[in-house]
Design a protein around this ligand. Structure first.
Ligand SMILES: Nc1nc2c(c(=O)[nH]1)N[C@H]1C(S)=C(S)[C@@H](COP(=O)(O)O)O[C@H]1N2
Ligand SMILES: [Mo]
Length: 199
């Protein structure tokens, strides 16, 4: 005998149209870090973009705040299969940080305080697709979630959203980061379920 649960649990949480294949919804905000949480104070914080020609563009905490801070709402998809929909953030668009950067590079390697790295095509950081996030759900970003500032690239699996972001290195040739070297997919599109090499 089958157990009829139709109408019992409300909306069918595994068929939400905003849920990529293989993902489930969570209301929590899990913390996933490959190592200890680095404690970066805003008086020491800096963010750099280094071009393929070795040119450096640098922002300290005050300089970052001279750029417009955008509010945005987005969905998060972790490769460990949880998704969290409709999360509210504030941050600086990468478009504003790249406005004066002269580059012909196609790839970016993102570096974090603590040594984490992740790679992606430069194009995926532009055109309103990525931010340096400073606030989550109305509060300053906590250190476990990447505070004081993290990258957020929500159209890719969340491992691409480097916490405690420190800089972006622009490269002509793609170079794998921490999880990409360990067998995760080079690009990581949740809608194409690109979790691991060969997916
Ligand atoms: N610096 C750094 N950034 C990181 C990670 C990490 O270990 N170190 N983990 C990544 C992974 S695998 C995920 S799923 C998300 C988790 O973000 P959260 O802890 O805020 O949920 O951060 C990503 N960014
Ligand atoms: Mo993850």
């Amino acid at each position: 005998m089958g157990i009829v649960s139709r109408g019992f649990s409300g909306r069918r949480r595994t068929t939400d149209p905003d849920l990529p294949p293989g993902q489930y919804l969570t209301e929590d905000f899990p913390v996933l870090s490959a190592g200890p949480t680095p404690h970066v104070t805003t008086d020491r914080w800096e963010f750099t973009i280094t071009t393929e020609a070795g040119e450096r563009y640098r922002w300290d905490w005050a300089g970052l705040h001279e750029l417009p801070v955008q509010r945005f709402t987005t969905d998060l998809h972790c490769v460990t299969k949880w998704s969290k929909l409709g999360t509210a953030w504030e941050g600086v668009s990468l478009d504003d940080l790249f406005a004066d950067v002269e580059t012909a590079a196609e790839y970016a390697l993102v570096h974090s305080y603590g040594g984490y790295t992740t790679n992606l095509p430069l194009g995926d950081l532009l055109d309103g697709q990525a931010w340096i996030a400073l606030r989550y759900d109305g509060d300053d970003l906590t250190p476990p979630h990447g505070g004081p500032a993290r990258l957020l690239v929500p159209h890719l699996y969340l491992w691409k959203s480097a916490k405690w972001v420190r800089g972006i290195q622009l490269l002509h040739d793609d170079e794998p980061g921490f999880w990409e070297t360990a067998g995760y997919h080079d690009y990581g599109d949740p809608w194409r379920e690109q979790r691991y090499w060969g997916d």
